[in-house]
Design a protein around this ligand. Structure first.
Ligand code: ZN
Ligand code: ZN
Length: 351
């Protein structure tokens, strides 16, 4: 199937229109027209080869909402016209212990990412959601609850599940006291989802500048990390801290805020941290952990939960041809809180 997207041709180039072929429909495939695609920090890092593993041309995008246009002969879960979603993965081995337990993101053979990964059957590098059409095997396609505003659903597929999964892993619920560090795309979803689960949520930030927004998003309290007295008063306070900061930073101000057996879970920074001090860990059996998106089953659970609770990200809608400007703004954290591309702004003749 001929389609069009936006790609980076090398690490220095801006994203430009790019015409390419989607694979022939396999018997277990779902074909969709993409309606919306969220813009994630990983898209920018991959387009610019910040992690050193980008294959070019690179078509990013892994927060995808679309409408089914065609199904393969063996597809049973979807029909033409359904509103569907695709997140960060499009395939895995389906046979290892982690795939069997519904955690395909930890597949022992490595999951196939929605973009910049070799297809498990033909080896072609996958192209993501900054495009008009997508073909994905049905096991990795999700249902979008009818109650949700389609234009705002896309960021749930990465920012949403990345923060929902640790909330569920560490059993956050009513009466849980948790904190969120960093209030960007991930952090703002962590607040909304934790509040939705009934937790008491504190946002920790370097200055007061985000306080009004944090409270408007549902947070109960706001803690300024530069305020030594306030930080000392918050010692032993939280059972879980979700750290969404996407750059190298120092965890030492945060670990003493954990209660005994509490966990600080990293979901933002992929790379080095400032040297962590061990006394808060040893003296309180506290843990530093990581978490990676979530499995397909849990992602569907998250979408259904958001459908019941009407939880949606704060979105700023852009046209496909505004993506380079959006990347620049995202680098300056100048977005409240996620860009979403309206794919109606991209037509097949744009190349
Ligand atoms: Zn992402
Ligand atoms: Zn597997």
């Amino acid at each position: 199937m001929k389609t069009i997207g936006y790609c980076a041709h090398d690490e220095h180039s801006e994203l430009v229109p790019y015409t390419f072929e989607r694979r022939e429909l396999r018997d277990n495939d779902v074909a969709m027209e993409i309606l919306y695609c969220g813009v994630c920090h990983s898209d920018l890092h991959t387009a610019r080869n910040d992690w050193g593993w980008t294959a070019y041309p690179n078509v990013p995008g892994h927060e995808i909402v679309g409408r089914v246009t065609e199904i393969g002969a063996n597809v049973t879960k979807f029909k033409v016209g359904d509103h569907v979603a695709v997140g960060c993965m499009v395939d895995s081995c389906q046979e290892c212990e982690h795939c069997h337990s519904g955690e395909e993101q930890f597949c022992l053979e490595g999951m196939t990412q929605t973009y910049n990964s070799p297809d498990r059957i033909n080896g072609d590098i996958t192209f993501g959601g900054y495009s008009k059409h997508l073909i994905v095997r049905e096991e990795f396609v999700l249902n979008v609850p009818k109650s949700l505003d389609l234009a705002k659903v896309a960021p749930l597929l990465c920012a949403g599940i990345t923060t929902y999964s640790p909330l569920r892993t560490w059993n956050v619920g009513p009466a849980s006291r948790i904190a969120v560090v960093g209030m960007g795309g991930l952090g703002h979803m962590a607040i909304k989802l934790a509040v939705g689960l009934g937790a008491e949520v504190t946002v920790i930030s370097r200055s007061e500048s985000k306080k009004a927004d944090a409270l408007a998003l549902g947070a109960h309290e706001f803690l300024v990390s530069e305020d030594a007295d306030a930080m000392a008063l918050a010692a032993n306070r939280f059972e879980l801290i979700i750290d969404t900061v996407p750059v190298k930073h120092d965890l030492n101000p945060y670990t003493p805020l954990l209660n005994i057996d509490g966990t600080l879970v990293l979901v933002g920074q992929v790379g080095p941290l400032a040297e962590p001090m061990t006394p808060p860990l040893i003296l309180g059996r506290r843990r530093i952990a990581g978490s990676l998106i979530g499995g397909i089953k849990e992602t569907q659970e998250m979408l259904d939960f958001c459908g019941r609770m009407n939880i949606l990200p704060e979105c700023e809608m852009i046209r496909m041809d505004e993506i380079n400007h959006a990347f620049e703004r995202m680098e300056k954290s100048d977005v409240r809180y996620r860009f979403v591309i309206d794919m109606a702004s991209l037509t097949l003749d744009a190349a």
